[in-house]
Ligand binder design. Structure first.
Ligand SMILES: [Zn+2]
Ligand SMILES: [Zn+2]
Ligand SMILES: [Zn+2]
Length: 328
C-alpha cells in the first residue's frame, strides 16, 4: 500500500494492489472466547462487574497502515507519494460478543471511551503521526468488518481531509471573532432548542443545521476542549455522562436504521511543533472535539445522493422530533 496526494484537492488517498482477497468470516470469533487470538493485543483495560477485561485494542488483522518504516515522502513528477506508515488497530468495545454500545452498561461504554483516549494519547507521542482517527462502521451498508462489537483506530502521517476543513474553518472563525465556532454553534443550538436531541451533564446531542445525511447527529461537550484524549484522561467520571449519552443516542438512531458510521473528531498531533504545524498556533482555542454519527438510510440515500453535494431529504428539525420521541 502507498499514499498518493491528489494535486488538485490536496487530499491523500491510500492505494495499492497488494490487498489480499477478503477471507470468509471465521465461524468462531477471533476476539472473544476460547478462539481469541491474544498475540496482537496492544492494550487491555481491567474488567468491570467481575469480567476479566473491559476494553481492548489489537492490531488490525488486515492493517492498511504499518508502524515500521519511514514515510519517505517523494516526488513523482508533479505528484507526491509516501509509504503507508501508521497504525491500524481494532478497539474491542466489550468482552461480550453481543455487548454493543447501545445495550452495554454505562460503565462498560465509559471503559471503551477511556481506552480510545489512552490509545490516542499514546500514538500522539510518536512524532511521525499527525492525526489519530477513531471510527466505527456498523451494519452491512456501513462496511462492518467484524461481528464482535468493535471500533477502529488509524494513526496517519497526514491529517484526514474532513478534519483539515474543520481545522481551517475553526482557525478562520477564531481569527475574525476570537471565539470558538463550535462553542458558538452549541450556544445557539441550546438557545433555539430546535435541533437538540438530548443533553446530559456537560454533553449535548444535536442534529447539525446542515446535515449531510438524514438523522446526522453530533455529540459535543459544552466545556471548550480541543482534544478528546485530554478530557478522557482527566479525572475519573468525566466520561460517565458521555457514555450514557452515546448509548442513548445510538438507541435512538437504531429506531430509524441499523447501519451508521461514527467518527470522533479530535485535535491533530500538536505535541511535536514543526514548521508545518505552525499555522495551528491557536488550535487549543479554535478547535473543539466532537463525535459525528452518520446513519445510513439506504432507501433515501441510493437514488438521490450526488457525490459532490450532500442531499438530505429529512431536515434536522424533523429528524430531531423523531429521535427525541424514540421509545428507548
Ligand atoms: Zn466475539
Ligand atoms: Zn469550543
Ligand atoms: Zn467534525
Amino acid at each position: 500500500m502507498e499514499l498518493r496526494k491528489d494535486p488538485i484537492t490536496r487530499s491523500w488517498v491510500i492505494t495499492g494492489d497488494d490487498v489480499g482477497e477478503p477471507t470468509p468470516r471465521p465461524q468462531a470469533c477471533r476476539f472473544c472466547g476460547p478462539s481469541a487470538d491474544l498475540t496482537n493485543v496492544i492494550a487491555t483495560l481491567p474488567g468491570v462487574d467481575g469480567s476479566a477485561w473491559s476494553a481492548r485494542s489489537v492490531v488490525h488483522p488486515q492493517a492498511l497502515y504499518h508502524i515500521e518504516g519511514e514515510a519517505a515522502r517523494r516526488g513523482d513528477g508533479l505528484y507526491d507519494r509516501m509509504g503507508s506508515v501508521g497504525a491500524h488497530e481494532v478497539l474491542l468495545e466489550n468482552p461480550r460478543h453481543d455487548g454493543h454500545i447501545w445495550n452495554a452498561s454505562d460503565i462498560e461504554v465509559e471503559q471503551f471511551l477511556r481506552l480510545a483516549a489512552m490509545r490516542i494519547q499514546d500514538l500522539k507521542r510518536d512524532s511521525r503521526f499527525k492525526y489519530v482517527s477513531i471510527f466505527k462502521n456498523h451494519g452491512e451498508a456501513a462496511g462492518q468488518e467484524f461481528d464482535h462489537p468493535t471500533s477502529q483506530l488509524t494513526a496517519t502521517i497526514f491529517v484526514p481531509r474532513r478534519v483539515l476543513y474543520e481545522l481551517r474553518a475553526g482557525r478562520e472563525y477564531f481569527e475574525s471573532k476570537e471565539r470558538c465556532v463550535f462553542c458558538d454553534i452549541l450556544a445557539q443550538e441550546e438557545r433555539q432548542n430546535l435541533r437538540i436531541v438530548e443533553a446530559r451533564g456537560d454533553y449535548v446531542a444535536f442534529c447539525p443545521y446542515a446535515p449531510r445525511v438524514p438523522y446526522e447527529t453530533w455529540i459535543m461537550p459544552r466545556s471548550h476542549e480541543s482534544s478528546f484524549e485530554r478530557t478522557g484522561s482527566s479525572r475519573v467520571g468525566t466520561l460517565t455522562d458521555l457514555a450514557a449519552l452515546l448509548r442513548r443516542t445510538l438507541q435512538r438512531i437504531r429506531t430509524v436504521t441499523e447501519a451508521f458510521h461514527l467518527v470522533l473528531h479530535t485535535s491533530p498531533n500538536s505535541q511535536h511543533p514543526s514548521a508545518t504545524l505552525g499555522y495551528w498556533k491557536t488550535l487549543d482555542d479554535d478547535y473543539h472535539w466532537h463525535i459525528e454519527i452518520l446513519p445510513i438510510l439506504e432507501a433515501k440515500a441510493r437514488s438521490y445522493t450526488f457525490k459532490e453535494i450532500y442531499y438530505s431529504p429529512v431536515t434536522s428539525e424533523t429528524a430531531v422530533k423523531r429521535l427525541r420521541d424514540a421509545k428507548i
